[in-house]
Design a binder for this molecule. Sequence first.
Ligand code: AP5
Length: 296
Amino acid sequence: MASLNSSSVSFLNSPSLPNKPLLTTNSSLNQLSFPKSSSLINSNDSLTLFHVRSSRASSSRSPKALVVAAAANKSEPLKIMISGAPASGKGTQCELIKKKYDLVHVAAGDLLRAEIASGSDNGKRAKEYMDIGQLVPDEIVVMMVKERLMQPDSQDKGWLLDGYPRSLSQATKLQGYGFHPELFILLEVPEEILVERVVGRRLDPVTGKIYHLKYSPPETEEIAARLTQRFDDTEEKVKLRLHTHHQNVASVLAMFEDTIIKVDGSVSKEAVFAQIDSALTKLLEQRAEKIGSAIA
Ligand code: AP5
């Protein structure tokens, strides 16, 4: 299990967002209060736990491991949001989280780029806003994301929502539809690093993998030859996107203050993932403890 970088992760529970963590780790999620909507335990979890324990009575696995396994059971899939400035590493971390936790990655930007590629009227309109680094209007993006979250795979496996919500109105609508995250991951990266990341970013159209010419170069010549660049990945456009981000971020964070963890996104992608992985592991352990005490 990856260890938590105690100096770089902090949990927010103050209205004075975004830069005032009340609790910095060393702490664990055990010390946090999650919102009631998190439903860390439900009757399905308890039933599953009973089944696991009774069917593996002779197993060498410890009761704690069994409880953790029950907490990770698909009956209560994880629901995670990830946020951060443009090029803070959301997509890169989502690849790693998805690989380990098997969640459905729902990225608002990817949904919009697919809409553009389809040639639809909504796509044409969305591109006008994306070209100038502004938020695409709610009437285009809100239903798009809602419908993706309601698909059976998102419901069954759990979801990892990337780059959404980005405004108070999107956050309010999402809450209204009943979508609540158990954890809201906020990637923090200084602005000078963001610009360098944007201009060096390349995408593999075949695998969808994100590369960076300097920090995460393609593995082979063949991949290098087919890499593409996003139309909004210029220094000029990322500055516009950053401006939009700063205008909206505080109001979004205020909506999720009880579930936010701040992660230092300026270190290597592996070190960033170690922080996130540790937080997710602790979340599952916390679920397990709740299940354990409920059946004790
Ligand atoms: P979107 O596609 O979401 O873009 P963004 O928020 O600007 O974020 P990016 O995708 O640019 O960056 P990322 O954080 O995923 O970073 P990545 O992992 O790729 O949105 C685009 C546009 O769509 C918006 O401007 C808006 O118009 C519209 N839109 C989107 N959502 C909307 C919404 N909710 N409402 C309305 N409109 C919306 O990493 C970047 C680079 O850095 C890569 O090259 C990567 O290899 C590298 N890298 C990553 N991590 C590290 C690391 N730790 N160390 C070194 N390099 C790293």
